[in-house]
Design a protein around this ligand. Structure first.
Ligand code: GLN
Length: 520
């Protein structure tokens, strides 16, 4: 049944609506694909086979008797594990939330349920979405379906890998500094970060609240439009969501933009940029020119400070958001008896040795519980962010770091405002290189952070951006093209992306069979 899985979501919807394919068949095909490949790829933390098949059967029945169904009826969608889903484990790939079952649905989950999408499973991610390789997950590694020795990108690595590996036609990710676009680029799929305020974050486990957005991953631009249309819209439960109507993205996505003005940014072509990526992006510029677009140089002079500003702002907000995991309100708590026994043993020792000062400084049981819970529940990268953020926000450093970073952020936004007076869309690379090897950068936080230089600007500016496939490296690894548009211009962004997709042929299937044969 793998051929069925080659269809795009839009095609599958037609097959379902016309009765040529049943939702049960489609769900079963996805489950078979997962059973066959996910042992290697590791995209899913959990798959809800039974519930999905039952829901699919119900949708088939409703279609048969002519009952109206939702806009995504019967389409399997995978969800990143930081989106709260009623009674379904929502772990953020953290030990801290290993047993957390939310008592409510995130708004996007509710919208997907209302659209009759089938929530097939939960995808792996970097712990609390902090990372760019999905390696900080407390539970498992996810492998890039184009090369099992390489990372799928992150933090929405599971969501990108499952779509690339044909396990689901659609998935949902989140993007705080690139976490939808970067894995989409590295796995050769489409990933869109909507404008800040376009999609409700109610029920998203917060990382950095002034940057977080939820968005679609898919294999085509049309499919991303289809999913975005369901996800987007005002929600009174998220005060940052904007009360603007949602344009019919899926209807307009195929319409060409006349007189499209594309901005290219000389600052993008720095030393760190891999030559093959630079070439693929330059080739994309030629494609747009041949489609009648005009190309202009625009400048984003402050983008060179973006990584520095982002890695102050995001950890600062994270340190505050993660304060709630104290073993009392949420999630994991260190085993009480072991902790008390340890505390008593320490106390007895100090009494024996007569160390009065150390005795006075000994934690109270409550403080010890906080400390131990957090040191056992969080992984190294999350702890690093909490420490960075706490430092940047502390008295005496706040002005020098956090406030300064906010000022840089404003300048970055102004650069974009100015650039968008001259051009409609800004084009560039998504990542400095194709996917790197598992383990290659994980012990070098600075190298990991620098990998984010092209994507964090979009979040800092609050605008929208998309990654679409634009080529392959000599090693056969996908390369992504980054398009960015002004706030709330997702319609323009999608149409510009679709023009490129129609003119090129970069949609390919990862060589899963060959990779298995090659594995030692
Ligand atoms: N890689 C970036 C980080 O580690 C972005 C993560 C994200 O967008 N969630 O913070």
């Amino acid at each position: 049944m793998t051929d069925l899985l080659e269809h795009t979501a839009a095609e599958l919807l037609e097959l379902l609506n016309s009765g040529q394919v049943r939702a049960v068949e489609l769900v079963q095909a996805c489950l078979d694909q997962i059973a066959r490949w996910d042992g290697l790829v590791g995209a899913f933390l959990q798959v809800g086979a039974e519930a999905a098949l039952a829901q699919a059967a119900q949708i088939d029945r409703r279609r048969q008797v002519g009952e109206p169904v939702g806009p995504l009826a019967g389409l399997p969608v995978a969800i990143k594990d930081n989106l709260c889903t009623l009674n379904v484990p929502t772990t953020c790939a953290s030990r801290m939330l290993a047993d957390f079952r939310p008592p409510y649905d995130a708004t996007v989950v509710q919208r997907l349920k209302q659209a009759d999408a089938i929530l097939l499973g939960r995808t792996n991610m970097d712990e609390f979405a902090m990372g760019g390789s999905t390696e900080t997950s407390a539970f498992q590694k996810t492998r890039n379906p184009w090369d099992f020795e390489r990372i799928p990108g992150g933090s929405s690595g599971g969501s990108a890998a499952c779509v690339a590996a044909r396990m689901t036609p659609l998935s949902v990710g989140t993007d705080t500094g690139g976490s939808i676009r970067q894995p989409a680029a590295l796995c050769g799929v489409v990933g869109l970060k909507p404008t800040y305020g376009r999609v409700s974050r109610y029920g998203l486990v917060a990382f950095a609240s002034s940057l977080d957005q939820i968005g679609p991953l898919a294999r085509t631009v049309e499919d991303a439009a289809l999913l975005l249309e369901v996800l987007a819209g005002h929600d009174p439960k998220d005060s940052t969501s904007v009360p603007r109507p949602v344009p019919p993205y899926s209807k307009t996505v195929g319409e060409k933009l006349q007189g499209l003005r594309i901005g290219v940014v000389p600052e993008h072509y720095t030393e760190g940029l891999d030559e093959e990526v630079a070439q693929a992006v330059q080739e994309a510029v030629r494609v747009y020119r041949s489609l009648g677009a005009t190309i202009r140089e625009v400048h984003l002079p402050h983008s060179k400070y973006a990584v520095a500003a982002y890695y102050i702002i995001a950890p600062s907000e994270a340190s505050s958001n993660l304060a709630r995991y104290d073993g009392v309100h949420f999630g994991y708590r260190t085993p009480e008896q072991a902790m008390r026994a340890q505390l008593e043993a320490e106390e007895a020792l100090l009494r024996r040795t007569g160390n009065q000062t150390a005795l006075e400084e000994l934690d109270t049981p409550l403080v010890r519980m906080f400390r131990q819970t957090r040191s056992e529940g969080f992984g190294a990268e999350v702890k690093r962010r909490i420490m960075l953020g706490t430092y940047a926000l502390s008295a005496g450093y706040y002005e020098a770091y956090y406030l300064k970073a906010l000022k840089v952020r404003r300048l970055i936004r102004q650069d974009f405002d100015q650039a968008f007076q001259e051009v409609d869309v800004i084009l560039g690379p998504v990542t400095p290189s194709p996917a790197f090897r598992l383990g290659e950068k994980i012990d070098d936080p600075l190298a990991m952070y620098l990998f984010d230089l092209y994507t964090v600007v979009t979040n800092l500016a609050g605008i929208c951006g998309v990654s679409i496939p634009c080529g392959f490296s000599r090693l056969g690894l996908p390369i992504g093209l980054h398009l960015q548009a002004p706030a709330f211009e997702e319609d323009r962004l999608l149409r510009a992306a679709a023009m490129f997709q129609q003119a090129t042929d970069w949609r390919r299937r990862p060589p899963l069979e060959k990779l298995v044969a090659r594995r030692p």
